[in-house]
Design a protein around this ligand. Structure first.
Ligand code: ADP
Ligand code: MG
Length: 242
């Protein structure tokens, strides 16, 4: 029997002003896998992620987690009960909370249990020494690592990441991509990572879904997509990699 996907979206469509910005998108992500939704700005990546997170409603289609329906046009599990971790570029740390309080934000349990979990998560991103620091005392890359620790602290089944590294400079980005990947692999969540940068997808993905004008036009292993882009537009898109 085939394994059940952690995350499955079926025929998801979202229209704005009559235009389908997400157009009949279907996708599966297995636990422990990183799938990249890769495509140019405006193709519908963030809208897809927002529907999975539950902060945007689809016009048609359904979302399934571990084989259970979590959302269609008649039924909807609220965002906070979906066990989904979020890491968005503009979803920064809370500036008025310490690093420890940021990481503890989504946790339940006793103060002692929360503290232990915070320490574990900060160890994973190698930032335990900053446990009592304030966000503004950290560099941009360190803040992103704390955001990763915060997102993974409640042990989400799914991690949604929307261009999480685009605010960082190039040198830092390579490093944080590697750290992120190793932390994600330990977490065993299904990861859906949105990016418009082919080299980021090549570096991080087990599976790439190439998106254009609201549709997935090609899907497969990074190496296969890179070596056999489906059409001229896909070739042009990948030719940016250096
Ligand atoms: P991406 O993340 O790939 O850059 P988005 O999902 O943000 O793309 O947007 C896809 C398209 O949908 C864009 O043309 C955008 O302008 C449009 N769009 C997104 N959100 C809304 C909205 N709330 N109202 C109207 N149009 C929207
Ligand atoms: Mg976007």
């Amino acid at each position: 029997m085939a394994a059940t996907p952690r995350l499955e979206i079926r025929n998801l469509t979202r229209r704005f002003d009559g235009r389908a910005v997400v157009d009949d998108v279907s996708l599966q992500v297995m636990p422990g896998q990183v799938t990249c939704l890769l495509g140019p700005s405006g193709c519908g990546k963030s809208t897809t992620l927002r529907m999975i997170a539950g902060v945007e409603m689809q016009d048609s289609g359904s979302i399934w987690v571990d084989g259970e329906l979590i959302c269609d046009t008649h039924f909807r599990i609220p965002p906070e009960r979906r066990r989904i971790g979020l890491m968005f570029q503009d979803f920064a740390l809370f500036p008025h909370l310490s690093v420890a309080e940021n990481v503890a934000f989504g946790l339940t349990g006793s103060a002692g249990e929360k503290r232990a979990r915070v320490e574990t998560m900060l160890d994973r991103v190698n930032l335990r020494r900053f446990i009592d620091a304030w966000p503004h005392e950290l560099s941009g890359g360190e803040q992103q690592r704390v955001a990763l620790a915060r997102a993974l602290a409640p042990d989400p089944r799914i991690m949604l990441m929307d261009e999480p590294f685009s605010g960082l400079d190039n040198r830092l980005r390579d490093e944080i991509r590697d750290t992120t990947l190793s932390v994600l692999k330990d977490a065993d969540a299904a990861v859906l990572l949105v990016t418009h940068e082919p080299d980021e997808a090549m570096r991080m993905a087990d599976d790439i879904a190439l998106m254009r004008h609201g549709k997935i036009v090609q899907q497969g292993a990074p190496y296969n997509i890179y070596n056999a882009p489906k059409d001229k537009e896909a070739v042009a898109f990948f030719s940016d990699i250096n």
